[in-house]
Write a protein that binds this ligand. Sequence first.
Ligand code: GTP
Ligand code: MG
Length: 313
Amino acid sequence: MTEEQTITFDKNDVCIFIPVLNEEGAIKDVIEGFKNVGYNNILVYDGNSKDKTREVAAAAGARVVTQSGKGKGQAMIQAFNAITEKYVVMIDGDGTELPEEIHLLLNPVLEGKADHVAGNRIAGRTPGAFTTLNLFGNRMINWFFRRAFKSNLRDILTGYRAFTRESIQALDLKQHGFVIETEMTVECLMKGQKIIEVPITYLPRPEKVETKLHPIRDGYRISMAVYKYSRFYNPKFFFGVWSLLSFIIALLLIAAHPFIITWHGASMLGTAFFFFAGVSVLLLAAGYVADINATLHRKTLKAIQANRKKQEK
Ligand SMILES: Nc1nc2c(ncn2[C@@H]2O[C@H](COP(=O)(O)OP(=O)(O)OP(=O)(O)O)[C@@H](O)[C@H]2O)c(=O)[nH]1
Ligand SMILES: [Mg+2]
């Protein structure tokens, strides 16, 4: 007996949302997988596929919408604005995640234990699911994210998630490409939502399905986005990175001191040292001042949310 059976709810209140682009080889199995466990409210958002994805999805019983713009992020933003169901489960349409594991993600949302549940693919990966480069890149990005956002999340880029409509519609999402998952996670933290992870099975892509992700290009964009977003959430980190770099340069200049033999060289080195040491201190101070601002913002937001909840009761 699965855990799912202990909670009573109407499965039609759950919208299964699947963004797809050229997934004719995998989408049917994904849709049927959900139907087999009783979820028939399936919404497929297609990115103008060149193959038969739309036809296959419609024949399998999903509602199919063609997104108005381009990119997975744009499809998600458009869908989130349109969804009216109480709960949303999103999954990739490439057959790498298991529909029958839906209860792992949905139960914490139904029980009110989380606003947003993310399936941790890294924890449940099967051999070949990640290429060596993808696994390394994912781990690096997650490590960087944990430092930048003082979080314990281990797979921020996962495509298998569950949330309430209320929580997703409260997020301010703008990214049209693969940075959307990062933005979504950051926004959840910024809005004080409870986000948790559960391990899920992650399978290799079926052979006929092609990845749309460019590991180097998208990895770089995502890392830059993590850094950029950290300025609002953890400014001490945002400024601290450059402060630390300047501090290291200042230390290296001191270490180089014994090797300088001319007066001119020594005075140049001294000036450079004071410059980098000064910049390091200034950046550190900027981080602390901005942190006061960010903390105040969080407190204000919390008070507004508490007030709103009180009024709703
Ligand atoms: N609607 C829409 N869906 C997209 C677009 N690009 C990708 N997708 C879908 O988004 C889901 C995730 O894309 P993938 O290419 O599998 O990316 P990923 O899972 O992050 O990366 P992999 O490790 O390569 O599987 C898949 O169902 C894609 O078909 C797009 O531009 N529009
Ligand atoms: Mg995938």
